[in-house]
Design a protein around this ligand. Sequence first.
Ligand SMILES: [Zn+2]
Ligand SMILES: [Zn+2]
Length: 542
Amino acid sequence: MERLYHSGRILTMADQDDAPEAVLVRDGLIAFVGDLEPARAQLAADAAEVDLAGRTLMPSFIDSHGHLLQHGALMALVDLEHATSIAEIIVAFRERLAQRDPRDASPLIGAKYDPNLLAEGRHPTRYDLDEISPEIPVFALHRSMHVAVGNSVLVEGAGLTAATPDPEGGRFGRTADGTPDGYVEEHPAMAAFMPVLDPEGVGGLLPGGAADPTRAVQLAAEDYLRHGITTAQEGAADPTTVDGLVAAARAGDVALDVVVYPLVQTGTSVYDAHPDFAGDYVGRLRLGGYKMILDGSPQARSAWMSEPYAPVVGDEDPGCAYPIHTPEEVEEFTRAVAAQGRQLIVHCNGDAAAELWVTTTERVGAEHSALLEARPVMIHAQTVRDDQLERMAPLGMIASIFSGHTWFWGDVHLRNFGPARGRRVSPARSALDRGVRVTMHQDSPVTPPDMLLTIWAAVNRISRAGRPVGLEQRISTWEALRAVTTEAAFQYGEEDSKGLLREGMRADLVILSADPLATAPQELRDLEVLATIKDGEVVYEH
Ligand SMILES: [Zn+2]
Ligand SMILES: [Zn+2]
């Protein structure tokens, strides 16, 4: 099958000034990039033409760090664990509803609410949940999973009235006149909702199968593809996660490329266990190397720093936080991975963690060049210093930066670190200026896999409160686009097949509503992904 794209802005990502008229896709690959006339001349009779009508075609986005399966599992349910009021429960459900396809009428299910943590000190009722939707079934599970609440769609769909008796071993909550208020206690009472929640009777208690890895992969893949991402990462896999992904890949259920990095502390034998995934993708899955985590996160004041955090109320005499592993363990893990010649990607948020990873790489890399040839990565790199970036460049160590931090937690960082260090989080400009390759990620499920929001954040550096967060660390739109296409392809060692529009590359493409290079920086996050194409096939359409 051939498809010819033309009449729009085509970004090759090789050079900003490239302006080809047409891209021809054949058998999942890019067959031609150039003028329209010679492209048409080689077109097969049954080829389809796609008139871009002024929209923008470019390589699709590549996620340089995230947790695909976990993102999918959480997507299956609305997280109510942190709700402190019934209003917050309603907001959490509404946010999920806003993310869904408006045509999706499947039940909305949330989990882990706890009345002890709610300001009202009671369970929500059907009347509370009716504020979320009067049409879609809404079901909130208590933390214990033994108690739940349904909205009126569920109560009425179950046929519960004041005349309905409580079931054996269960109880329905009721208003003063005996009308069921949506509260269902114990499984016999919860079972009343099941014909509405799960009409086909496949999902048991949890329609949407939170624990089913195939379902989680599918949900996450849909979300990534919706955001124009066609290569994702499983960036800290335990053996169960690896097995789940392998099963999904063998069943042909993986819709985008997934690169898996088992956590190094769970052992370094995964390549022996799954030798067929050690090389190229099989069923869109492959092993990328190993992951190591050296510290916590700056927003939680657990990133391991060389200088203490700024004092705040409740933490008046703060320290520097702490490492997760001793230097000896880090050295041992690094040597084990180097001996296998695998890539090692390492979570470093604090500059003390960055120091340990850079120093270890210098020492081990001097003995085992395979460690450096495999392209070591510093994941997050939130507070890496200029002197460390200068040492990363000759090592070829890539900085995969969590650039959305300036938006999501910029205000927190200014408080946690004080103005001088706080404004320097996600130092992409410093990295690029020192010759360090930069990629960008969302660390999903920590933040949504929204690459355009990430690009906007890196180019604008504005906090949620509207404060500038170190404008001197801004990068250009072109640099941000490169980070999530060509540079990310390089991080995965896939620069010969992804990240550029060039003959012979895989046809992993995205169509955007407008040309990001011609879009005002502050409006970049308003661009829309209109279509995502994986290996030549349209896998998402707006
Ligand atoms: Zn991390
Ligand atoms: Zn992560």
